[in-house]
Design a protein around this ligand. Structure first.
Ligand code: SF4
Length: 528
């Protein structure tokens, strides 16, 4: 479905803002690739691009790949921007640049939907999801594209059903420049973790596309040149378990038909470990990674943040169960909770060792607007606005102690020896449980072999020859090479290099500790 009945033609420039440097976007891996420059194609802006009237020319620029140019602004009649809170400064900067060309600028997406007052300079605020506000915006621009005298705020009251969503305009994005492909099946989550803004923004009753929409989107991604890893950006892939079970057979069939050309990943709650029927189908559909918001191994802390569902299975047992279906667990961890004690850092490092999870995104607690945490801290007068701090929360422990503990955890958890030992465990006890997939014609193609050779050359030279942890690398790499597991080697070496580099900088204070972007939510914008 797309907007209809509009005859006037308008040229729309969609600009996605740059990210601030972040643990979860793998930027230190990019120089090892064959030209990757950005993390994932943004679902929301590409969805809007696909929804615009068919006769409206649309240009999409991801400023993580290249900045919008003078020529782009001169071409456009109006500019659309979208993003998360952490992209706020860059969004405001795009607005300023567009205004220099006297263009009307509209902003949508999760940040403006939660905090319209962050964006006083924009001409149109699109608050909420794809719906009547979107139609109103299109109608207003069709009748007059010039800047309105004062800011116009449009709020979606009636949303477009996800079953009516068009396929995001992936063809406008330079998909080969992205680290991962992205796709979205559902939006919303039934839980209400205290710190999370998803239920407030997108609802507790997950909205869904149809399985047929998803396979059509996968077809389109493939046509656009996406192979390799595709991430389901759903807030919680099992937010509606029945829907997940409905979709999975279609994914299995699609993978069989195309020769398993894509490795799938998603976010889901840890209680997925109690659902062997879902895990088995995910294995068959070649899901290889699940991001679980474990947040903390401390049961009292989980209770306090209303994340009791993480305790439905003992955490380590849950991780092992998921691993037994061939899926690596990526874990979100939060420090600075009210329940934290001086020894929390040590307990966390013990958990990292025991769980053998290689990739943990360890963040300081940050209160987001429209969350129960925000409301509570506001009542307790514990919200601090101070850009020099790494968090807006007035922790119960001394601030410096919490930040030092975070730095220490980052430094120790991602020491090369420790990280590669955890990856070796995954090779032996997780990856070994994956289904054996055929080598596809795409993998055998000269283009793919050339790509692999470029990445291997980069990895061997930058890590194996010049790297200061080369011994650890070769200890892992040589057996992989002997097994002919080139893809596995490339994938681990790239991610590990990012983690090691980022963590080293973080442990000496070079990176922000409350980097909420890590939750990969940035691409999960159902609509703007
Ligand atoms: S943190 Fe995850 S499980 Fe909790 S409400 Fe948010 S999306 Fe749902």
């Amino acid at each position: 479905m797309r907007a209809e009945g509009i005859e006037t033609v308008r040229r729309i420039l969609c600009v996605f803002p740059r990210y601030t440097s972040s643990f979860g976007t793998f930027e230190y891996a990019y120089p090892l690739t064959d030209g990757v420059q950005a993390f994932m194609p943004p679902q929301g802006l590409l969805l809007i691009a696909a929804y615009l009237p068919a006769n409206w020319p649309v240009r999409f620029i991801d400023e993580n790949i290249r900045p919008a140019s003078k020529e782009d602004f001169e071409w456009a009649e109006a500019v659309f921007v979208s993003g998360m809170h952490i992209q706020r400064q860059h969004m405001n900067d795009i607005c300023r640049r567009a205004h220099a060309f006297d263009l009307a600028v509209a902003i949508g997406g999760p940040s403006v939907s939660a905090c319209p007052d962050y964006y006083p300079s924009f001409d149109y605020l699109h608050v909420g999801e794809l719906g009547d506000a979107t139609d109103d915006l299109i109608a207003r621009l069709a009748s007059d594209p010039s800047r309105p005298e004062r800011q116009v705020v449009l709020r979606t009251a009636e949303r477009v059903a996800m079953t009516d969503f068009p396929i995001p305009a992936y063809e406008l994005a330079e998909v080969k420049r992205y680290f991962l492909g992205s796709i979205q099946y559902s939006s919303g989550c039934p839980y209400q973790c205290e710190f999370c803004d998803i239920p407030g923004l997108y609802g507790r009753n997950p909205r869904l596309k149809s399985p047929q929409q998803i396979t059509a989107e996968l077809d389109r991604l493939l046509e656009c040149g996406v192979t390799g890893s595709v991430y389901f950006v759903d807030d919680n892939f099992i937010g509606n378990r029945k829907a997940a079970l409905d979709l999975l057979p279609h994914l299995v069939e699609w993978q069989k038909k195309t020769g398993y050309v894509m490795r799938l990943a998603c976010e889901a709650t840890l209680n997925i470990a109690k659902r062997p029927e879902i895990l088995e189908k995910m294995r068959e559909a070649f899901f290889v990674t699940i991001f679980c918001g474990i947040e903390t191994p401390d049961p009292d802390a989980l209770k306090a943040m209303q994340k009791d569902h993480n305790m439905m299975v003992p955490i380590l047992e849950g991780v092992r169960t998921i691993n037994s279906y061939g899926m690596e667990v990526v874990s979100g961890i939060i420090m600075g909770l009210d329940t934290d004690k001086p020894e929390t850092g040590e307990a966390l490092l013990a958990f990292v060792d025991e769980s053998r999870i290689p990739l943990l995104t360890i963040n300081l607690l940050q209160a987001l607007p429209q969350t129960p945490l925000w409301d509570r801290l506001m009542r307790e007068n514990r919200l601090i606005e101070d850009d020099s701090r790494d968090s807006n929360v007035d922790f119960l422990l001394p601030y410096d102690q919490v930040v030092d503990s975070w730095k220490k955890c980052m430094g120790v958890a991602f020491e090369p020896e420790k990280l590669y030992a955890r990856y070796q465990h995954q090779v032996d006890f997780t990856y070994a449980n994956r289904i054996k997939v055929p080598v596809t014609p795409e993998q055998k193609s000269w283009a793919n072999i050339k790509r692999g050779l470029i990445m291997l050359r980069n990895i061997f030279w930058k890590i194996g020859v010049l790297g200061d942890y080369k011994k650890v690398f070769w200890k892992f790499a040589l057996p992989r090479l002997r097994h002919g597991d080139i893809e596995g080697l490339i994938s681990v070496a790239m991610i590990a290099h990012h983690l090691i580099t980022f963590a080293r900088l973080a442990s000496v204070g070079h990176h922000n500790a409350s980097n909420y972007s890590i939750r990969l939510r940035e691409a999960a914008v159902p609509a703007e």
